[in-house]
Design a protein around this ligand. Structure first.
Ligand SMILES: Nc1ncnc2c1ncn2[C@@H]1O[C@H](COP(=O)(O)OP(=O)(O)OP(=O)(O)O)[C@@H](O)[C@H]1O
Length: 209
């Protein structure tokens, strides 16, 4: 369970955003909605341990994440949270397989090549494991981002506008893969978007005003 309690953030320029309390049950799937500038990215950064809010707490499965030391928070994030950005942030000089090995290393986990093979196969990109990011299409890269996000079997998968730069066919495919992967891994899924094509796939929504 994730609990957001009395969270608000003040940016240095004085801009303040307050967030309604939110309780997210393990394994549930949520859409995070809000107009441009309403604070979706800010909230995702707060939920993923990237941005410490000035007020309030974020508790993930009993751990108040901002009470952890930065080293433990990095490790917690690497093991428990898979993040998919709008555009894939892969290391260009490494192959797809090596990028996934790095995700295991960052989480202080041993290299597990069979897990990498399993994840790439479930996303139908195992044949690309020795390719470099610049050899893949945008839709394929987005699948690699999902692979990297789920390789450590996170309990929470967070995606920030994962479909907005994709055509209808790839957007539907990426959404289906996200929902499938969260189901396979029994992970909680939170997708932030203002992509109308995504809305029907979710029953739970948290809306920022
Ligand atoms: N580093 C910053 N310093 C000051 N203000 C910021 C900073 N980052 C974001 N903001 C402001 O906080 C508000 C929320 O920004 P945020 O990026 O979270 O919105 P968003 O809902 O993700 O928007 P979009 O859908 O356009 O990406 C905006 O008004 C933005 O201008």
């Amino acid at each position: 369970m994730i609990a957001l309690n009395a969270v608000s953030h003040n940016y240095e320029n004085g801009h303040r955003i307050g967030f309604r309390d939110w309780q997210v049950d393990n394994g549930s799937q949520w859409l995070l909605l809000g107009a441009s500038g309403s604070g979706k990215t800010t909230l995702l950064h707060i939920l993923t341990g990237i941005l410490k809010p000035q007020q309030g707490s974020v508790v993930i499965d009993g751990t108040s994440i901002y009470d952890l030391s930065s080293k433990h928070l990095d490790q917690f994030r690497g093991r428990n949270i898979g993040i998919i950005f709008q555009r894939p942030h892969l290391i260009k000089s490494l192959t797809i397989k090596e990028n996934l090995i790095m995700a295991q290393r960052f989480a202080n986990l041993p290299t597990d090549l069979s897990r990498i093979q399993e994840v790439l196969t479930s996303l139908s990109i195992a044949d690309k494991k020795n390719a470099y990011p610049n050899e893949l299409s945008h839709g394929q890269l987005q699948r690699v981002s999902i692979a990297r996000a789920v390789v450590n079997r996170p309990t929470l998968i967070i995606a920030d506008e994962p479909t907005s730069s994709l055509d209808d066919k790839n957007a539907a495919a990426v959404l289906e893969l996200l929902i499938n992967q969260s189901g396979i891994n029994q992970a909680t899924l939170i997708v932030a978007t203002h992509d109308k094509r995504v809305k029907d796939a979710f029953t739970n929504t948290y809306e920022l005003s």
